[in-house]
Design a protein around this ligand. Structure first.
Ligand code: CTP
Length: 425
């Protein structure tokens, strides 16, 4: 439908980027799951056609009224979104207008056409992401591969298109690593050199310091971190980022040291054990663990730069103080109820972070573990209704009574209802 609408207007339409790569990869792997489709409209010759992508998206929305239309005027792009639609399940279609100069030639001139889609593709990150599949006739189905993307796909190589790519957009370092680990590809040696050069020339200063000036860069870095840290291959990706020195984009002092690997392993155990339903955001907890590894004075700033949510920033800001409080108070706790009293001031993510962050303080970790597995689930043997039946007048004193019952239960003074009633009497 999209190509018919484009042809009717005398335009060319291309499928570009990740979808082309994934289609070609599916030939060898046999699996294909595309949720994002990037289309580029091209081949027009009237300057009035600069909004071609938007016009095409509007035309398609008439045909598919279930799709939501979003227009991003500044970039002349539009998106159609199907969310849990019976026809497409979930699908995001971006339609952009090829960014190119206007040529005073008719669109049919293949050189003009090729040069504008070529320019569009040349702005992209890696050869495997810089191919286009023509969707309009003539020559519909033709692959446009100006930079050797298909060869690299077969050779399992991540290759950048030009030397400045990572300087222009440092988040491409993270993208390169993500694709390498995800597809089990190698980052081609020259590309690795460009990455190292970008890192050595301090490109991460822009990602770590220019928060106010380049929030978009931080947003993209966060998006890449999310992609990486929620994927099953996140550990290998972190390892490769570290090998390339690219964790410095998060903070110049961040290294994947043995202790941090230990902490990350512990975090996984905690998340599996205490949050199997994934009510916490696990990728974000992994990021918090990375940030927690930094010296306390850097943590909140890094979290703010990455635009983490308020609770996450607060956790990282308070981590040192909370840990200090627990380390000081825990040895003074004489009974389980005192441990509960101390630890229930902290929520689950904070306790997980503290347990993860202090692997050397094994007694503390064991106490937190025991609190989370056993003591935090202990309930007073009687409840409010029971108290009412026993003749207690409802009121604020219930809380105190139930608390006393809980203390007695935790400390083993009572273990059944009869003992509880005797205890109250
Ligand atoms: N792109 C780029 N530089 C970036 C981000 C994106 O050149 N920093 C280009 C690439 O050509 C990429 C396309 O924009 O293929 C679409 O980007 P995106 O949807 O983020 O990635 P995909 O390649 O589709 O990968 P994924 O399957 O992970 O979504």
């Amino acid at each position: 439908k999209a190509s018919q609408a484009a042809e009717k207007r005398g335009w060319h339409l291309y499928l570009v980027g990740g979808a082309v790569r994934d289609l070609l990869l599916a030939d060898t792997t046999g699996t294909l799951m595309i949720k994002d489709i990037d289309l580029v409209v091209d081949g027009f010759h009237k300057s009035a056609d600069v909004g071609a992508g938007v016009e095409l998206a509007k035309a398609l929305q008439q045909i598919y009224p279930a799709a939501r239309l979003e227009i991003h005027g500044a970039f002349q792009t539009a998106a159609l979104l199907w969310h849990k639609d019976p026809e497409f399940d979930s699908l995001w279609v971006d339609i952009a207008t090829a960014r190119t100069e206007f040529y005073p030639y008719p669109a049919a001139n293949p050189e003009v056409e090729a040069s504008s889609i070529r320019q569009d593709l040349y702005r992209r990150d890696f050869t495997i992401n810089a191919m286009a599949l023509r969707l309009t006739s003539p020559r519909a189905g033709e692959l446009l591969d100006f930079f050797g993307g298909l060869l690299d796909l077969h050779a399992k190589q991540i290759r950048v298109l030009h030397a400045n790519s990572f300087i222009e957009d440092p988040t491409r370092i993270y993208r390169g690593v993500r694709f390498a680990v995800r597809f089990n590809f190698e980052i081609e040696p020259q590309t690795k050199e460009y990455i190292r050069y970008a890192i050595n020339s301090g490109v991460y200063d822009r990602t770590t310091q220019e928060n106010s000036r380049t929030p978009a860069l931080q947003t993209r870095l966060k998006a890449e971190l999310k992609h990486i840290l929620e994927a099953p291959y996140w550990k290998s990706a972190l390892q490769l980022l570290d090998d390339l020195g690219a964790l410095q984009c998060i903070h110049p002092t961040l290294k994947l040291e043995r202790e941090l690997l230990w902490q990350l392993r512990l975090l996984e155990r905690c998340l599996q054990r205490f949050d199997p339903q994934q009510t916490l955001i696990h990728w974000q907890m992994r990021l918090e663990a990375l940030i927690a590894h930094l010296a306390p004075e850097y943590r909140a700033k890094v979290a703010e730069n990455l635009q983490l949510p308020e609770d996450s920033i607060a956790r990282l800001k308070n981590l040192a103080q909370s840990l200090c409080q627990i380390v000081e108070s825990l040895p003074n706790c004489q009974s389980p109820s005192q441990v509960v009293q101390l630890l229930r001031q902290f929520d689950l993510p904070m306790l997980i972070l503290i347990a993860t962050y202090s692997p050397r303080v094994s007694k503390l970790r064991r106490q937190i573990w025991h609190y989370l597995t056993v003591w935090s689930h202990v309930q007073p043997i009687l409840n409010g209704n029971d108290l009412k039946k026993l003749g207690y007048k409802p009121g604020p004193q219930y809380r105190q009574i139930l608390d006393n019952l809980l203390t007695a239960t935790l400390d083993g003074a009572i273990s059944d209802r009869i003992q509880a009633e005797e205890f109250l009497a």
